[in-house]
Design a protein around this ligand. Structure first.
Ligand code: SIN
Ligand code: FE2
Length: 213
């Protein structure tokens, strides 16, 4: 068989019990997904939020959905309103919800209905240190994380901060789902290297879908 060098095959890679990399799964959603992303960002622009300790995050963020994840000097929380404008976050586009639900289903989590989508923009050098997603009200639902644009090295750790994380290369269209016994695993992103992506330009965008409330 002659391998097709231009179209990567869909491939699922188990990372841990309840955690899987769905290589290229978002590719077939690409066109409406990116169009919807641009509309959300017009209504709720990217901004660099402050950590509770007062540091400016290197990752720029925005949200869509019923609630959005925010951080400032008072702490981390989910809020129905964009603190930048005082308006509700833009509604979650159907294509976002469909991709999240179908990804979760493929990973073994049926009926995932996210109410929050955190949108992260990484410019070269931006990184996300090891953390757990634990500001949600319950941990029954998985996390669905979609990568677009420049490649990244995703760190997927254990349930203790000291556990050595696995390095998982992610490229445009990859989806990682973690839930069940992996729901509270530590994870992060190494500094992004400069590059130029044909569709997304000089940055990486990550969509993180959650059931927050
Ligand atoms: C996150 O943990 O919020 C984002 C992970 C990523 O950018 O891949
Ligand atoms: Fe996270």
């Amino acid at each position: 068989m002659i391998p097709n060098l231009f179209e990567r095959e869909l491939r699922d890679v188990s990372l841990a019990p309840g955690a899987v990399l769905l290589s290229g799964f978002a590719r077939s959603f690409e066109e409406p997904l990116v169009a919807a992303l641009h509309r959300v960002v017009e209504l709720a622009p990217f901004r660099h939020m402050l950590t509770p300790g007062g540091r400016r995050m290197s990752v720029a963020m925005t949200n869509c959905g019923a609630v959005g994840w925010v951080t400032d000097r008072t702490g981390y929380r989910y809020d129905a309103r964009d603190p930048g404008s005082g308006r509700l976050w833009p509604p979650m586009p159907d294509v976002f919800g469909d991709l999240a639900t179908q990804s979760a289903e493929r990973a073994g989590f049926g009926g995932f209905a996210p109410d929050a989508c955190l949108i992260n923009r990484y410019e070269p050098g931006a990184r996300l240190s090891l953390h757990r997603d634990k500001d949600e009200e319950d941990f029954e639902a998985p996390i669905v994380s979609v990568s677009l644009g420049l490649p990244a090295v995703f760190l997927f750790g254990g349930t203790a901060r000291a556990d050595t994380p696995r390095r998982v290369p992610l490229t445009h269209g990859d989806v990682v789902v973690w839930g069940g016994p992996s729901r509270l695993r530590y994870h992060g992103v190494l500094p992004i290297e400069a590059g130029d992506h044909p569709l997304m330009g000089g940055c990486r965008i990550n969509l993180t879908f959650r059931k927050a409330a």
